[in-house]
Design a protein. Structure first.
Length: 412
């Protein structure tokens, strides 16, 4: 079986994901995706007629993000019509899965050149309207009886209560995320991968991270009110079900303490990212220099009621597939969907905090759902190169109680 090489990675800046407020909010998802698809091809002088596939991730496949965004965006980017495209949904984990599918196709000998990534416009009107959310469809009583699934923030607070993770601990992790992101931005660590976004008329839309709050303090975080307490007890249907009751249905003894808020939860942003993967044979024949290879990929399911706990077992599984130990990993990117997810990962696996999210995470930079996994892989690759380090692991929780994971290894 051949290897899958990562040739390059690029991404847009993350724009605030609110309609009418964020710098990217007026950009069509096809145009935002096309921005990185064009950049990855131009930077590497790719003959797009030889791209076997575009594997794209978008979670809310409704409205402007519907109807196979991967294929439509490749056409928008000017790719040769012979380049096909697909779009997948693994909720938050889709960006990692897109890269994993691309790597698997190459390793199996079914493809030689694949572009993988994703896009999510969190500012897009209607993305969470009835019929769009799916997971929290309160009419699905049959599945709810078997696997009650609550709201993500309420799940985060329930996990914190069950694990004994305090508000202070989550606020401290959030502060570190902001501090590290501010340092990374100031030192230009993202410049290698960052691609500016332009409006249709050619004027600049965004060329920098829009979401970070470098002035964040512990005192400021402590003053924020919990975001999910009121939501937890709002009736969902005529039977009186609430997000709290869905958790209590399976865990009747948990006393939920509400500790997550806007400052220690992931930011709502727009963004897109793309990676170019190739077989060694194709890369050598076309003068492409690999930056890394995909060592192993894995997927893991866990309890859908608590929803956010799969990253730890996913990391263990991908390490086992790679024949590696935790000590063999130089850097970790653990998506900060909520502070408790990363805090629990660090505690459960006894990982050195100095190796986790060293350039900040989604609390500071934002989480454009279907694009985030691809962004994290690119960020990890840049940082491995900057440090001269060897291996990195990326994982993230996804709705439905899942987590994909990937290990990459830098190539000289």
């Amino acid at each position: 079986m051949t290897e899958a090489w990562i040739i390059d990675a690029c991404r847009t800046p993350r724009g605030i994901g609110k309609a009418g407020k964020g710098a990217l909010a007026s950009i069509h998802p096809q145009q935002l995706s096309a921005t990185v698809l064009s950049a990855i091809a131009e930077r590497n002088r790719v003959d797009t007629g030889e791209v076997d596939d575009v594997v794209w991730s978008t979670s809310a496949q409704v409205g402007a993000q519907g109807r196979d965004l991967g294929r439509m965006s490749a056409l928008d980017a000017g790719y040769d019509v012979r380049c096909s495209g697909m779009t997948l949904d693994r909720f938050c984990g889709g960006g990692i899965s897109a890269v994993a599918i691309a790597a698997a196709s190459i390793r199996a000998g079914m493809a030689d050149l694949v572009v993988a990534g994703g896009c999510e416009m969190m500012s897009m009107p209607g993305r969470t309207q009835p019929g769009a959310a799916g997971l929290n469809d309160v009419g699905n009583l049959r599945l709810r009886a078997r696997h009650p699934q609550s709201q993500q923030g309420v799940c985060a607070d329930a996990i914190a209560a069950m694990e004994g993770i305090s508000r202070e601990a989550t606020d401290r992790l959030a502060l570190v995320s902001q501090q590290r992101a501010a340092e990374a931005i100031a030192e230009g660590r993202f410049k290698n991968s960052l691609v500016p976004v332009y409006h249709e008329d050619g004027t600049l839309a965004l060329d920098h991270e829009e979401f970070p709050r470098p002035g964040t303090t512990l005192e400021g975080l402590a003053s924020l009110k919990p975001s999910f307490e009121a939501m937890a007890d709002q009736p969902l249907d005529e039977r009186g079900a609430t997000y709290r009751s869905l958790i209590l249905q399976k865990y009747p003894d948990v006393d939920i303490k509400f500790i997550h808020h806007a400052g220690n939860s992931s930011g709502v942003v727009d963004g897109a990212a793309a990676l170019l993967l190739a077989s060694p044979e194709y890369a050598r024949a076309h003068g492409m220099k690999p930056r890394a290879r995909v060592v192993a990929c894995a997927n893991m399911g866990d309890d859908p009621t608590l929803m956010l706990n799969a990253p730890v077992p996913a990391a263990r599984r991908v390490l086992a597939k790679a024949g590696l130990e935790l000590g063999d990993i130089d850097l970790f990117e653990i998506n900060e969907a909520f502070a408790v997810v990363t805090e629990k990962f660090i505690r459960d696996l006894e990982v050195d905090r100095g190796k986790v999210n060293v350039n900040g995470g989604a609390i500071a930079l934002g989480h454009p759902i279907g694009a985030t996994g691809a962004m994290l892989i690119g960020t990890l690759l840049d940082e491995l190169e900057r440090r001269g380090a060897r291996r990195g692991l990326v994982t993230m929780c996804a709705s439905g109680g899942m987590a994909p994971a990937i290990i990459i290894e830098r190539l000289d």
